[in-house]
Design a protein around this ligand. Structure first.
Ligand code: UDX
Length: 438
């Protein structure tokens, strides 16, 4: 049993803290946001993550997990301190490290005994050294410490299972002994543990996310070519995926990637390259294709309706992907803005992200379910592939709409079935587009 402190109770910090507690460690989570900490003490979660509430409650009751806003309290018995604060996108795509700086300084000022400081936040390559400089600058004595990079590979909506069953744990440090000590924490997971140097560990995170984003933009480019050549990109992706070197994952064409990671990390990696005189052609193309996919969906709608002014458009889904309430960089926000600037009236329904929508898309009228959303709409767009959208009574949806136009931004429906039902249906890359206007 080790004493672990997690700094930051967001997606990464809270999952890291509660999972290490569930593995039998004694964990204190610290955050400067008093409201979040008070809510967590009452068992109220700051994020929607399947299984999180039960895990937090169980480990708090077992006395393995506690929450505080005091760094002194949080570090009193700590052996390991995980920095898991946000690194939002800054100017020009550069990662904004103000929260990492604040956390590192607070740790330095409060630490009274040797600590292993573990960087879990996604930080630009070389930040590990920078954190060490901050600790040295602000520590009020010459207490010993080490910095280890331990990037996270958690997907929202699957974060707990991704922590408990990782494909690999990556650790990087200038002091291998410190990395080995952090590796001990992960032994119960029986996963592959890779130990390398600080910069390489930080780069593995960026390169992994950038590659996954590249796969998505690749299949989206193929989908656009499929529309010109009459091929079905879903079948193409399936056929490609049987090749063990390619695999089936992350080849779903659609309205593109969103979230708090891919957009930010691809931009940050491109920025790191450019300020060092390297031109990241591929990363630039990955971002450009992703932006195009949003515009393409709006163009398909414009083609279908012969114009967007005064049309009533319903968005099926707001979250950047299913099983999360997160709307950061969600395609729905960009699509809604483009439709509204073209004079359309936008409505939306999402099973979980309705609270986030009120904050992030305040001028989008919210419906209580897919059927009330469909009522009177000139068109619907599938933006998030929630399972409940895959089993809708589509005949009822069609009869509720002013026009039977559906743009399937996540290819969840079968084109032939939609045609039989009398829809004007357009997916992404689902063969030729020649259906005229409605
Ligand atoms: C991602 C990485 O998967 C994870 O390893 C990393 O730690 C954080 O970033 P996340 O952003 O939570 O996780 O979601 P993910 O499931 O990767 O999807 C990202 C975006 O890509 C979503 O908007 C999703 O809709 C989109 N996507 C995903 C596609 O458009 N096509 C696909 O085939 C897969």
């Amino acid at each position: 049993m080790k004493n672990i402190t997690a700094v930051g109770v967001g997606y990464v910090g809270l999952i890291t803290g509660v999972c290490f507690a569930d593995l039998g460690n004694k964990v204190v989570c610290v955050d400067i946001n008093e409201e979040r900490i008070e809510n967590l003490k009452q068992g109220l979660m700051p994020i929607y993550e399947p299984g999180l509430e039960e895990l937090v409650t169980r480990n708090m009751q077992a006395g393995r997990l506690s929450f505080t806003t005091s760094y002194a309290e949080a570090l009193a018995d700590a052996e390991f301190v995980f920095i898991a604060v946000g690194t939002p996108e800054g100017v020009d795509g550069e990662a904004d490290l103000q929260y990492v700086r604040m956390a590192a300084r607070s740790i330095a000022e409060a630490m009274e005994h040797p600590l292993i400081i573990v960087n879990k936040s996604t930080v630009p390559v070389g930040t590990g050294d920078w954190v060490a400089d901050i600790i040295r600058e602000y520590r009020n004595n010459s207490v010993d410490f080490d910095v280890v990079s331990n990037p996270e590979f958690l997907r929202e909506g699957a974060a707990i299972s991704d922590f408990m069953y990782p494909d690999r744990v990556v650790l990087g440090s200038l002091n291998r002994d410190a990395a080995e000590k952090v590796a001990q924490l992960y032994l119960p997971l029986r996963a592959t543990i890779m130990i390398t140097d600080l910069r390489t560990a930080e780069m593995i995170k960026y390169a992994s996310n950038a590659f996954l984003a590249t796969r998505i933009s690749f299949i989206n480019e193929i989908s656009n070519i499929c529309e010109a050549l009459g091929a079905d990109v879903k079948e193409v992706a399936t056929g490609m995926g049987y090749d063990q070197r390619i695999g089936h994952a992350f080849l779903d064409a659609g309205v593109g990637y969103g979230g708090s990671c891919f957009p930010k990390d691809v931009k940050a990696l491109a920025y790191m390259a450019e300020i060092r005189g390297r031109h990241p052609q591929l990363l630039r193309a990955v971002m450009e294709i992703n932006h195009y996919q949003r515009r393409a969906v709006v163009r398909k709608l414009e083609d279908a309706l012969g114009g967007l002014r005064d049309k009533r458009i319903g968005l099926l889904g707001l979250a950047f992907k299913p099983n999360t309430d997160d709307m950061r960089e969600s395609p729905s926000i960009h699509v809604a803005r483009m439709l509204q600037s073209a004079g359309a009236h936008v409505r939306a329904y999402d099973p979980v992200a309705m609270k986030a929508a009120a904050r992030m898309a305040p001028d989008v009228e919210l419906a209580q379910d897919p059927y009330s959303l469909a009522e009177g709409c000139d068109a619907l767009i599938v933006v998030t592939e929630w399972n409940e959208f895959k089993n809708l009574d589509l005949a009822r949806i069609r009869d509720l709409m002013a026009r039977p136009v559906l743009i399937d931004g996540r290819n969840i429906y079968d084109p032939a079935t939609m045609k039989e039902l009398g829809f004007y249906y357009r997916g992404v890359g689902r063969g030729y587009e020649d259906q005229g206007t409605q």
